[in-house]
Write a protein that binds this ligand. Structure first.
Ligand code: ADE
Length: 252
C-alpha cells in the first residue's frame, strides 16, 4: 500500500507514523508513506497558501491553487487517477468496514485541511471521498489521516506479525474482543479464568466467543444487530437477555 499525504505539516505525519508497527511496516516496504507539503506548491513569494474568506467571516481558507497543484503532482507520480480522501467532519464516518474496503486499493491520497477549510472548488475538482473520523471537530486533518492510515495498514498483509490477529481483534464478526490474561495466574487475589489454563482448545474457543457476545451486549449492544452468530451463539445471547430481564424484573 502506498500512502500520499498532502498537508501543511508533513513532520506531524512522519513522526506520528514513524515508530512501532507503522515504522516497521515502512522499513519492510509493506507500506510506503510520502508526505507532501502543500506549501511547496505555493506561487506566492511568501509561500502563503491561505487567504481571507469571500463574504467575510472568521479565520482563513486554504487557496485552491496550491492544493490543486499538489494533487496533480501526486497523480502524476502515481501515473493514474487515485482516490483522494479529504478529511473533514462533514464526511462519511470512518469505520472498520470502510477500512477493509480501502485496504484493497494500491494507493491512497489523503488531503488534510487546516484553518477554516479548503476552497470548495478544488474539493469539487479533485476529491473522491469525504471522510470524518467521528462527530467532533479537530484543528486539522492530520490526526484523522493518521488514524485511518494506522487502521487500514493493519489490514495490509504482512504488516502485523501474526496474520490472525487482524481478524480476531475487536469488530471481527461485529463483536468486541474477549478479555485477555497473562502471567501471573493470580493477581491481587483475582485468578485467571480456569478454562484458559485447561489446554482444552475447543472449550477455550467457546468461552472466548461467549465472552465476546457478553461484552458486546454490555458495552456496544448496537453492534449485535449486524453480528455474525451461529445458532448456538444466538441461543446464548437469548439466555443472557433472559437473565438480564429477570434481574431487572422485566418482561421479554
Ligand atoms: N478535521 C477536523 N475534524 C475532523 C474529523 N472529525 N474528522 C476528519 N477530519 C476532521
Amino acid at each position: 500500500m502506498k500512502y500520499y499525504v498532502l498537508t501543511l505539516f508533513p513532520e506531524m505525519i512522519e513522526q506520528g507514523l514513524g515508530t512501532s508497527i507503522m515504522g516497521r511496516a515502512q522499513s519492510q516496504g509493506t507500506i510506503s508513506l510520502k508526505s507532501i507539503n502543500i506549501r511547496d506548491f505555493s506561487e506566492n513569494k511568501h509561500g502563503h497558501v491561505d487567504d481571507y474568506p469571500y463574504g467575510g467571516g472568521a479565520g482563513m481558507v486554504m487557496q485552491p491553487g496550491p492544493v490543486y497543484r499538489a494533487c496533480e503532482a501526486v497523480e502524476q507520480e502515481i501515473g493514474h487517477k487515485a482516490r483522494i480522501i479529504y478529511m473533514t467532519p462533514q464526511g462519511r464516518v470512518f469505520d472498520q468496514k470502510m477500512a477493509e474496503e480501502l485496504a484493497q486499493e494500491e494507493e491512497l491520497v489523503f488531503l488534510c485541511g487546516h484553518y477554516e477549510g479548503i476552497d470548495e472548488r478544488v474539493l469539487e475538482l479533485k476529491v473522491t471521498d469525504f471522510v470524518s473520523i467521528g462527530d467532533y471537530v479537530l484543528t486539522g486533518g492530520e490526526l484523522p489521516a493518521m488514524v485511518m492510515i494506522d487502521c487500514i495498514s493493519r489490514l495490509v498483509p504482512g504488516v502485523l506479525n501474526n496474520n490472525m490477529s487482524a481478524e480476531v481483534e475487536s469488530f471481527y464478526d461485529n463483536l468486541l474482543e474477549y478479555p485477555q490474561y497473562t502471567r501471573p495466574e493470580e493477581f491481587m487475589g483475582m485468578r485467571v479464568p480456569e478454562v484458559l489454563l485447561s489446554g482444552h482448545h475447543a472449550n477455550i474457543e467457546k468461552w472466548r466467543r461467549q465472552q465476546s457476545i457478553k461484552r458486546t451486549l454490555e458495552r456496544r449492544p448496537d453492534l449485535l444487530e449486524e453480528a455474525n452468530l451461529s445458532k448456538k451463539e444466538k441461543q446464548y445471547l437469548d439466555q443472557l437477555l433472559r437473565e438480564r430481564a429477570k434481574e431487572n424484573n422485566e418482561e421479554i
